[in-house]
Design a binder for this molecule. Structure first.
Ligand SMILES: *Cc1c(COP(=O)(O)O)cnc(C)c1O
Length: 373
């Protein structure tokens, strides 16, 4: 089955049609049990099998080192902005935060309710269009952790190389680039991602944490967000988001079948290059983000005027290119290129962009690409 629309939403975002079709089976009668996955007790053997499968596939995808735990929670990434400090700032109350865009700023503000937050770098002065070199960061060697947002979903900025925080554990909000490329988990103390960008439906948050960081949390921490309790009972402190975990298990399996994270990365690089070239060669669209940190996942760009941006979105929507409006905090146009987005969808959009720009172009000569491929 082909859908005649292309959904470029930033989240909740597109899922592969084959995953939706597989989900349909679990909706009414999961593996001949006569039960919908939604109707199963979360402690039942049937659901436990689904959860174990999800966990096993994710471990395989990530090549997870044995000293890391996978936790399933609710509350979203925004919930983790509070839950991480609650769990990690009981003994040492100081934490470093890198502010590189909309989401990391929110993370730092939320964390400041629970500890002493030191902002190590802040790119507000360049409007979050470029990361600052690490030698300019004011890292605190005594911090409990250093928090970054690997990909700023609203600003289109991505770390292409992780900062070296030495002995201080690196904690990452990886929500929007999780599973889009291979990742060395051992570089992180912990990372988290809410599901609705790359994993499945909203309602599930995945936390991956090194075992030695799972300790007694701040005493105000709700039991359902206490990592030490969650780790003890396979995340079953209270009812799990069972349906979302089921779809996540189907997504993990789908990524494995496609060839794993290497293959995702290969495809995502091609997709990103198609859109950035369409922008850079256009003399019409422009991307403010520095070449060294342009996101391969969320491509954010502008047209010459706000009016033209509105017209672009209107015409794109009519043509079946949906959800291209940028984040409410940043405006502009945003193309989200998560794993299920096909190269065909992206090249069709690039073609539309070229067509749309044609009447507005000053001259027919093309400028050369601003960023080397
Ligand atoms: C979407 C997003 C969030 C917010 O996620 P919720 O699940 O709505 O809490 C936080 N951080 C990043 C990087 C995101 O992309």
């Amino acid at each position: 089955m082909e859908r005649s629309i292309y959904n470029f939403a930033a989240g909740p975002s597109a899922l592969p049609v084959s995953v939706l079709q597989a989900a349909k089976k679990g909706l009414i009668n999961w593996q001949g049990t006569g039960l919908s996955v939604m109707e199963m007790p979360f402690t039942s053997p049937e659901f436990t099998q689904i959860q174990d499968q999800a966990q096993a596939s994710l471990k395989q995808l990530l090549n997870l080192p044995p000293n890391y735990k996978i936790l399933f929670l609710q509350g979203g990434a925004y919930g983790q902005f509070a839950i991480m400090p609650m769990n990690l700032l009981a003994r040492n109350t100081r934490a470093d935060y890198a502010i590189t865009g909309h989401w990391s700023r929110r993370a730092a503000i939320e964390a400041s309710k629970y500890g002493q937050i030191n902002v190590v770098t802040d790119t507000t002065d360049n409007n979050h269009t470029a990361l600052k070199p690490e030698y300019n960061w004011s890292l605190d060697p005594g911090a409990a952790y250093c928090h970054i947002t690997t990909n700023e979903t609203a600003d289109g900025v991505q770390f292409h190389k992780l900062p070296n925080t030495r002995k201080v554990p690196l904690i990452a909000d990886a929500t929007s680039d999780f599973l889009t490329a291979p990742i060395d988990i051992s570089s992180f103390g912990a990372l988290y991602a809410s599901a609705q960008k790359n994993i499945g439906p909203a309602g599930l948050t995945i936390v991956i944490i090194r075992e030695d960081l799972i300790r007694k949390p701040l005493s105000i921490t709700p039991a359902v967000f206490d990592f030490s309790q969650l780790a003890k009972v396979n995340s079953k402190v209270n009812t799990l988001p069972t349906w979302a975990i089921y779809i996540a298990s189907l997504m993990f399996k789908w990524i494995l079948q496609q060839g794993g994270l290497e293959e995702m990365s290969k495809r995502n690089k091609i997709k990103a290059r198609i859109i950035y070239e369409a922008i850079d060669n256009s003399q019409f669209y422009h991307c403010e983000v520095d070449c060294t940190c342009r996101s391969k996942v969320n491509v954010v760009f502008n047209l010459p005027t706000k009016q033209l941006e509105d017209e672009f979105i209107k015409q794109a929507t009519e043509r079946g290119f949906l959800n291209l409006k940028g984040h409410s905090a940043t405006g502009a146009i945003r193309v989200s290129l998560y794993n299920p987005i096909s190269e065909k969808a992206v090249s069709s959009l690039a073609h539309f962009m070229e067509e749309f720009a044609l009447p507005y172009k000053q001259s027919a000569t093309l400028s050369t690409s601003r960023c080397a491929p």
